[in-house]
Design a protein around this ligand. Structure first.
Ligand SMILES: Nc1ncnc2c1ncn2[C@@H]1O[C@H](COP(=O)(O)OP(=O)(O)OP(=O)(O)O)[C@@H](O)[C@H]1O
Ligand SMILES: Nc1ccn([C@H]2C[C@H](O)[C@@H](COP(=O)(O)O)O2)c(=O)n1
Ligand SMILES: [Mg+2]
Length: 245
């Protein structure tokens, strides 16, 4: 079933995206024509590499999207989930920062966008996430900080060919998020008050609609993200212990 859906996707043009495809930013990015066949070949490899031993239907990984405002504690909680429940932890922000550190041309564009608290074009982010999933080939995956907007969500469904099994939403008051970000001290270019204000606005206007979308599909598990990291993890642990993984 999983592989059959991907087969159908491989036949679909990446450019025939939905009307929401330009929802997150004004500037559009397309794969270069020369990149497309390579991207599709890699995609095909991802799914054939997950074929079951019977050679029949492939095993789709269990995917949890982890959402919440900037500084709500997504990364902190994901580290704990990964260690206690055997998930691969893919942070969209870390993957983008890794691309910046590589010194690539794409990285330069990503840096400018992150400095302004905006959202990177979905084709870039989804392609990097897809590659990371391919390299991990994990059966349980946390995708932290993604999707940030409807365009991200739609691009993931189109390119990776599936939806998340669950969505975790860390609910945290703004003043607490600002306090945590200003105290993070990891040298991030976006942890300054001007950029934080922009990130909070982007979160409200673009990310909350994604949470609402998945809520309407019964996929969202909202966690109160106030208290200590250990207290929050108790609620997270209860949730993950109840899942049939
Ligand atoms: N429950 C908590 N109480 C106090 N500080 C916390 C808590 N959870 C995380 N922190 C701290 O707050 C800061 C932000 O946490 P974290 O990086 O996990 O957030 P995030 O949601 O991943 O943020 P971003 O979206 O910016 O990546 C870090 O310095 C972290 O150590
Ligand atoms: N799906 C995503 C995830 C992240 N970004 C950019 C914009 C964010 O402000 C920045 C840092 O992400 P974080 O580490 O806070 O999760 O990265 C994006 O454009 N799209
Ligand atoms: Mg984070």
């Amino acid at each position: 079933m999983w592989r059959r859906r991907v087969g159908a996707l491989l036949l679909r043009s990446p450019r025939t995206s939905s009307s929401a495809s330009s929802a997150c930013q004004s500037r559009r990015h397309h794969l270069l024509p020369s990149e497309e066949p390579l991207a599709l070949n890699r995609l095909a490899r991802l799914f054939t590499s997950q074929a079951g031993s019977d050679g029949g239907d492939t095993q789709k990984p269990f995917i949890a999207f982890v959402l919440g405002g900037p500084g709500s504690g997504k990364g902190t909680q994901c580290t704990k989930i990964a260690s206690d429940f055997g998930f691969a932890h893919l942070s969209a922000g870390d993957i983008l920062r890794h691309e910046i550190a590589s010194g690539s041309e794409k990285g330069e564009l990503i840096l400018e966008i992150i400095k302004e608290g905006r959202i990177v074009p979905s084709e870039i982010t989804v392609e990097l996430i897809r590659k990371a999933m391919e390299m991990n080939n994990a059966k349980r995956v946390l995708i932290d900080g993604f999707p940030r907007c409807e365009e991200n969500r739609i691009a993931f469904e189109r390119i990776v060919g599936t939806e998340p099994d669950i969505v975790i939403f860390f609910d945290c008051p703004e003043d607490e998020m600002v306090k945590r970000l200003l105290g993070r001290n990891q040298g991030r270019v976006d942890d300054n008050i001007e950029t934080i204000k922009k990130r909070l606005k982007v979160f409200e206007s673009l990310n909350i609609p994604v949470v609402d979308y998945y809520s309407s599909r019964g996929k969202v598990h909202k966690i109160n993200a106030t208290g200590t990291a250990d207290e929050i993890f108790e609620a997270v642990r209860r949730l993950f212990s109840s899942l049939r993984l």
